[in-house]
Ligand binder design. Structure first.
Ligand SMILES: Nc1nc2c(ncn2[C@@H]2O[C@H](COP(=O)(O)OP(=O)(O)O)[C@@H](O)[C@H]2O)c(=O)[nH]1
Ligand SMILES: [Mg+2]
Length: 350
């Protein structure tokens, strides 16, 4: 893989990886090093999320504006959609329910190789994914993995994963996973008027509602955790954010904490009864309602990283007959020349 070594670099000036192919900190594979290859060089012409080994060598810093690789804003997403279609997964949950960890665990898992029949083909938000995941890595120097907090000020952000079917690089899915603070979703649950300020829900191809397994494992918190999911589903339905075309997935997170609690069976029975009631009360008002268990990051290592995410990823990368829901906002025409082009039939353009 001498080619890719020459095309990528390490942020640490004392690392000789470009010449030796060996990470100074001993990371293997190299992609698992947070300092290596994260400042991806991209061709500005085709707006692609991946390194192109022949082109990137020829491109100089003076000639192109490098994308920052930050999480995508809604404007970035509109721009992205002019280039190619995306599958939108809206991840909703209270603060600390595990939204950001789910996204960063998926990224970490892809760095170790193909997953759920898909391989990682790049990301428009690579630096943001690296930043989130870095906190959870052993080399962040913490005693146990931790996920950086998503604050209210971060607003709505999307993480992009381009994935291709293993063995068939032509079968590509561009996943756009939305992330925003749990506080915003809590406010919408308590004040239905806020739901209209959450456009990512109506636009999503999959709506993922997180049930915090850590709270279910705690007898004092259990009822509140279950109630919060039920109430969120009700408010979203009653206010038109989801309807009988919506695919909703209720995902119980941190199931390692349920297994480790003294009341694992009681917790599972409560969740099972809860799911049955949700199906009875809301199932017919939705296109589908399904239930899943994950432990995105079990700090004890008892469950493998990204436990349970395989089935979800398989579903997200399976094309649905339903057409795309996300409608990009119209381009603002700035000049008379833009307007002229807009009036000109496509076949007359050179
Ligand atoms: N035990 C355990 N803890 C987890 C798991 N997933 C997330 N956490 C922890 O739960 C806390 C909140 O996670 P975070 O992703 O920041 O939640 P968010 O506020 O919904 O984005 C963090 O301390 C995570 O380390 C898991 O699968 N198992
Ligand atoms: Mg978060």
């Amino acid at each position: 893989m001498a080619d890719s070594v020459q095309q990528t670099a390490c942020r640490k000036t004392d690392c000789q990886v470009a010449a030796t192919g060996k990470c100074a900190d001993g990371h293997d594979p190299l992609a698992s090093c947070p300092n290596y290859g994260t400042h991806a060089v991209e061709s500005s012409e085709d707006y692609d999320g991946e390194l192109d080994s022949t082109e990137s060598a020829a491109i100089t810093a003076e000639r192109i504006q490098l994308p920052a690789g930050d999480a995508l804003t809604p404007d970035d997403v509109d721009q992205f959609l002019r280039w190619r279609d995306g599958t939108f997964v809206c991840i909703i949950g209270d603060s600390h329910s595990g939204k950001t960890t789910l996204i960063s665990a998926l990224y970490d898992r892809f760095l170790r190789g193909d997953f759920a029949g898909s391989g990682f083909a790049g990301s428009r938000s690579l630096v943001a994914l690296e930043r989130r995941s870095h906190h959870a890595r052993v080399d962040s120097g913490r005693l146990s993995p931790e996920t950086a907090h998503t604050s209210l000020q971060d607003g709505l952000r999307y993480f992009h994963f381009a994935v291709v079917a293993s063995g068939d690089p032509g079968k590509r899915t561009d996943l756009l996973l939305s992330d925003r603070s749990g506080e915003t979703y809590r406010k919408a649950r308590d004040n239905a008027a806020e739901v209209k300020n959450l456009p990512e829900i109506a636009q999503a191809n999959r709506v993922v509602l997180l049930l915090d397994g850590g709270r279910v494992a705690d007898p004092v918190e259990r009822h509140g955790a279950l109630h919060s999911v039920r109430q969120t589903l009700r408010v979203l339905l009653d206010n038109g954010a989801i309807d009988d075309t919506s695919i909703v997935q209720i995902v119980t997170t941190k199931v390692d904490l349920i297994s480790a609690s003294g009341e694992a069976q009681t917790c599972r029975d409560s969740i099972s009864a809860f799911c049955q009631r949700l199906t009875a009360d809301f199932g017919t008002r939705l296109h589908s309602l399904s239930f899943h268990d994950i432990a995105a990051r079990d700090p004890t290592g008892g469950l493998a990283p990204a436990h349970g995410l395989e089935a979800l990823l398989q579903d997200w990368t399976t094309p649905q007959s339903r057409s795309a829901r996300y409608v990009p906002r119209p381009i603002v025409l700035q000049s008379e020349f833009d307007r002229l082009l807009d009036r000109t039939p496509m076949e007359l353009l050179p």
